[in-house]
Design a protein around this ligand. Structure first.
Ligand code: GLP
Length: 264
């Protein structure tokens, strides 16, 4: 696992956006096959998306040959609800880049047959060629997508029940009322994320520090589902100093030294 530590979320997001852009361009230079990316919502990716939008508008990057799959969506929330992940993604990314509409995939949280919807999503990912890169954030308890503590590390896309903690954290978008946060979501599984050739996880702020320490230094455990990244051959965590704040001094120094040596 690689850990990139930057001063703040702005610098971390710049690193992440440049990394994604470089991967998209690298693939485009060697093949006509689309770049398949997993995307996330939340406050964490907003600055990264803003930089990707800037690059597209400046003509430095194109999403014309990118296929995306979002990692999760609430169950039962109307698609046009301002807090649906459909609305979020259009507002903060899709409406401002050149990704063709037919390349955009987001789980339908109102599908009449949720089991089929999730199975079809997995099949569509396979049909697209599998993920080149999965970009994710984490919850305060270390959940990735909506894979709450005790989700199987072998899980695939399915309907999940949110923990009370997650509903309370996410209630900031729902009039601070946890009961207004949908009780269920559809989410890609931990194994779906780990199936990507590369996984980039972003975490900013001291509220993510315990999860980051558990993910990097703790045991591989379904208690902190992002710890599954330890089993991925190309996992990167990008965090700011605050989110790195609970790492052991020696771990922190190690990751800084590795980066310095690789950039020397
Ligand atoms: C939700 C999403 C996760 C996201 C997390 C963190 O629980 N399902 O995918 O990573 O929130 O959100 P934020 O980036 O706002 O801290």
């Amino acid at each position: 696992m690689k850990v990139i530590i930057r001063k703040n979320s702005a610098e971390s997001s710049l690193w992440t956006a440049r990394y994604i852009a470089a991967r998209i361009k690298e693939k485009a230079a060697r093949t006509d096959e689309p770049f398949v990316i997993g995307l996330c919502t939340g406050s964490t990716p907003i600055e990264t998306y803003a930089e990707l939008i800037r690059m597209v508008k400046a003509g430095e990057l194109s999403f014309k040959n990118v296929i995306s799959f979002n990692m999760d969506e609430y169950v039962g929330l109307p698609v046009d609800h301002p807090e649906s992940y459909h609305s979020f993604m259009h507002k903060y990314l899709f409406d401002q880049i050149d990704e063709p509409a037919e390349n955009i995939h987001i789980l339908d949280g109102n599908a009449p047959d949720p089991v089929k919807e999730c199975a079809d999503y997995e099949a569509a990912i396979v049909k697209a060629g599998g993920f080149d890169l999965f970009l994710g954030g984490i919850g305060e308890d270390g959940h990735i997508a909506f894979n709450e503590p005790f989700s199987s590390l072998q899980s695939r896309t399915r309907v999940v029940t949110l923990t009370q903690d997650t509903r309370e954290v996410n209630s900031r978008f729902f009039d601070n009322d946890p009961s207004k946060v949908p009780a269920q979501a559809m989410s890609v599984g931990v194994a779906t994320v780990l199936g990507a050739k590369e996984v980039v996880i972003m975490a900013y702020g001291s509220k993510k520090a315990r999860a980051i320490a558990a993910a990097i230094e703790g045991p591989l455990s379904h208690y902190c589902t992002v710890s599954a990244l330890q089993n991925h051959p190309a996992g990167i965590i990008v965090c700011d100093e605050a989110a790195a704040g609970e790492l052991k001094v020696n771990s922190y120094r190690y990751f800084k030294a590795v980066e310095a040596a690789e950039n020397a």
